[in-house]
Design a protein around this ligand. Structure first.
Ligand code: FES
Ligand SMILES: [Fe+2]
Length: 389
């Protein structure tokens, strides 16, 4: 049952407890209710830095793609100056979307009445407007959307007042610099739609508890040493596993050489950061992949995945053939996690569902849930009073 005081902190007292000292999972409505979902969209997805894609998706001036995300359509376009920019995909005339899909353009032209925008968003053409008094094209620039890039990864933020990307990501930047992320290129993208809440897949990625069961015949053949979550100073959580070889491959498969210059811990295992709100990454010795859980509604989610390798690896003659072994792993394991998340969603709908306890292998589920609650719930009255003073 959905309580009327849905956002009263008392409903979440057990989620707020320390991970192994009585902490429980979130109430069912956090995964099923429209009201909780709407709060997440307004207070999380429209407030923070959201990972979008890689800059190498649009390598040349005029290359663009449209990114539809939490009800906001954004054009990501590379300008004549080589800079990647984001613009709200809504015409300054009567609001039509201006661009669709992806491709290359010289200018951006609205399909409705052919208002035309330069690649920097300036209105450069508006037919039949000469009789409109005081019509000044300079006032009708496409609305810019905040966009920043780290290591070739594009991020958007719909909040003008949010701190910059560097502040948001914190030491995630230092922890991935050794992989030379600017040199990576995306070699394959995939998409799935799943019938469950976005958090279920996101929580799943941050816990190792399910691996022997959900990935019984795929990942469980890989030896793993269980280590506690990594310390993180930024809006993310992370796990690290030390092991020989690449975790972009299934056990027994061989692949590409390691990323040049990779040193120390980076060269001895895999780093799994989960960037809030919902981007999961695997940084391996020979490449990296991301999976993002995009909310489409309380019980509907789009999963997008990308596989990345260094430019030199992609240029190899045997690339297409060897890459198949890498794709095999993602193609096997992501559907396993999707099924687990959808099964969990079906169970959560039961009137008999009650929040449950967590194992030491699921500490980050509690960290994620608290990160969400910190943003979705109102701050305590005392904190509000202090902030107002
Ligand atoms: S709505 Fe775009 S030109 Fe009219
Ligand atoms: Fe999994």
């Amino acid at each position: 049952m959905l309580p009327v005081d849905l956002f009263d902190p008392r409903h979440y007292a057990n989620v707020r407890k320390p991970a192994l000292q009585g902490a429980e999972t979130l109430p069912a409505w956090c995964y099923t209710s429209q009201a909780f979902y709407d709060r997440e969209v307004e207070r999380i997805f429209k407030k923070v830095w959201n990972f979008v894609d890689r800059v190498d998706r649009i390598p040349n001036p005029g290359d663009y793609f449209v990114f539809d995300y939490v009800g906001v359509s954004t054009i990501i376009v590379r300008g004549k100056d080589g800079k990647v920019r984001g613009f709200a995909n809504t015409c300054r005339h009567r609001g039509s979307v201006v661009m669709e899909g992806e491709g290359t353009c010289k200018q951006m032209q609205c399909p409705y009445h052919a208002w035309t925008y330069d690649l920097d968003g300036a209105l450069i053409g508006a037919p039949f407007m000469e009789e409109t008094a005081d019509f000044d094209p300079a006032r009708y620039h496409l609305a810019p959307v905040r966009l920043e890039v780290y290591g070739g990864f594009i991020f958007l933020c719909f909040d003008a007042d949010a701190p910059d990307l560097k502040a948001y990501l914190g030491d995630f930047i230092d922890n991935t610099r050794g992989y030379n992320p600017d040199d990576l290129v995306v070699v394959r993208r995939q998409e799935w739609i799943m019938e469950c809440n976005w958090k279920l897949f996101y929580e799943n990625f941050a816990e190792q508890y399910h691996i022997p069961f959900i990935h019984k015949t795929s990942l469980n053949r890989q030896k793993r040493k269980i280590t506690p979550p990594e310390p993180c100073n930024g809006n993310y959580v992370a796990l690290y596993t030390q092991h020989p070889g690449s975790r972009m491959l299934l056990a027994g498969d061989t692949g590409f050489p390691a990323i040049e210059g990779l040193k120390g811990r980076d060269a001895e295992g895999t780093y799994y950061p989960s960037l809030h709100p919902s981007t999961m990454m695997g940084w391996c010795i020979d490449g990296m992949w991301w999976v993002r859980s995009d909310p489409l509604g309380p019980e509907r989610t789009r999963i997008t995945a990308g596989s990345c390798f260094p430019r030199k690896t992609r240029a190899r003659d045997d690339f297409a053939e060897v890459a198949q072994r890498y794709y095999k792993r993602l193609d096997l394991t992501i559907p396993e996690d999707i099924k687990a998340s959808e099964d969990q969603q079906r169970g959560l709908r039961s009137p008999y569902y009650k929040p449950g306890p967590l194992s030491y292998l699921e500490r980050l589920v509690n960290t994620i849930d608290n990160w969400v609650l910190d943003r979705v719930l109102d701050p305590p009255a005392e904190a509000q009073k202090q902030a107002a003073e």
